[in-house]
Design a protein. Structure first.
Lengths: 87, 288
């Protein structure tokens, strides 16, 4: 019997969602207005959660993990991201 | 992406972004040593998977620089000279509880990169005052505002004659990353002090994190500089702020934060005078 079989090693591996589906915390949802978006990627640069993803020269939001803090809406130079209530 | 989404940080907390920006520069060959802090919670494994893509050592409060010294020595013995050992500590773990071992590691000039993310109180345990809490700030242990000024920790570490000391801000990511890049290329003890706004602790809206960090630099409360082998140099936007007319009044920074809401006009004036005096000292240092 090898050591690995009977002994439990508390090893963690990298994985998304260490805190669960953090999108459930959200009160306001960021919605990108693609008519206004100029693709500067300021939101991608400053999103604290890395939930802004690059997509076709512009961006989209990973709603599974976005916590709805609103940093992206505030740093957007053309105000193309709107915070909409989740209700 | 070096730091994965879905971690346990509060909404608007800049720590995941700061770690992502750090790991983007230092790369896969990095070891993080994290003493007890908010980051211990964020890096914790609750649902089967940790957000960090590099190995992490969780350490006791006062032991992180000593553990990092040991890891750096062991990596050197193995011939892994290109690996970076990073201590990622909060302001309490750096300036108060862990200060003795920080000072010891700096004096021995260990080959580690020490990053202090400064959210200006013990936020993890419920917003208690620390040595790095600024003047006039509300915390649960200073209900009428702190009466002492913030400890000038980057300058204290620079007095140990270490090769590299820098301050950074999350609002100036390129400046922060270039400092990490420079620190990575230097051997010896490197120290980066990073201002990290905390929405629940500083009492401001979660969406204003970057604006608050930017205002801290623009009002001169948080100067961006680096000290390389004793040579003092202002970086980024702080270069122009030596001139007082270019700086915004500190009220612009205090206004958005609930923790400063109880400050009287006299206290605001005292803080403004303190900031102006600090910049006079900085002007003297840049002349050298």
């Amino acid at each position: 019997m090898s050591l690995l079989e009977y002994q439990y090693f508390p090893v963690t591996r990298p994985g998304k969602g260490a805190g669960g589906k953090t999108g459930l915390w959200r009160v306001y949802r960021p919605v990108v207005n693609y008519q206004k978006c100029v693709g500067c990627r300021a939101c991608f640069m400053f999103c604290p959660e890395n939930t802004i993803l690059l997509w076709q020269d512009k961006v989209r939001v990973d709603y599974d993990y976005c916590k709805g803090c609103g940093v992206c809406a505030n740093v957007c130079p053309v105000k193309a991201i709107e915070m909409v209530s989740e209700q | 992406m070096m730091f994965l989404r879905g971690n346990a940080a509060c909404p608007g907390c800049p720590i995941p972004k700061e770690l992502d920006a750090l790991l983007e520069v230092t790369g896969k060959k990095t070891v993080l040593v994290v003493p007890a802090s908010c980051t211990s919670v964020i890096l914790g494994d609750t649902q089967g998977g940790q957000p960090s893509t590099v190995p992490v050592i969780h350490s006791a409060f006062a032991a992180a620089p000593a553990i990092a010294s040991g890891v750096a020595a062991s990596l050197r013995m193995r011939g892994e000279e290109d690996a970076t050992v990073v201590v990622w500590a909060g302001d309490g773990g750096t300036g108060d509880i862990g200060f003795a071992s920080l000072s010891g590691a700096a004096e021995r000039n260990e080959n580690i990169l020490y990053v202090c993310y400064d959210n200006e109180a013990y936020m993890n345990t419920g917003i208690q005052r620390s040595g790095l809490t600024p003047y006039g700030a509300w915390t649960t242990t200073t209900p009428s505002g702190k009466k002492e000024f913030k400890k000038p920790l980057p300058l204290i570490v620079a007095e140990h004659r270490v090769p590299y000391v820098a301050t950074a801000s999350i609002a100036y990511l390129n400046d922060y990353q270039s400092k990490v890049r420079k620190a990575k290329s230097i051997k010896g003890f490197r120290y980066i002090h990073l201002l990290s706004p905390c929405p629940p602790g500083w009492r401001f809206d979660a969406g204003l994190t970057v604006e608050i960090a930017k205002l801290a630099v623009e009002t001169g409360v948080w100067p961006l500089y680096e000290i390389e082998n004793g040579e003092f140099r202002l970086t980024s936007i702080s270069k122009v702020l030596v001139d007082k007319s270019k700086r915004k009044p500190v009220e612009a920074y205090l206004r958005y934060q609930g923790r400063f809401s109880k400050m009287t006009p006299e206290e605001v004036k005292a803080l403004q005078d303190y900031v102006d005096k600090m910049w006079e000292e900085i002007r003297e240092m840049t002349k050298k």
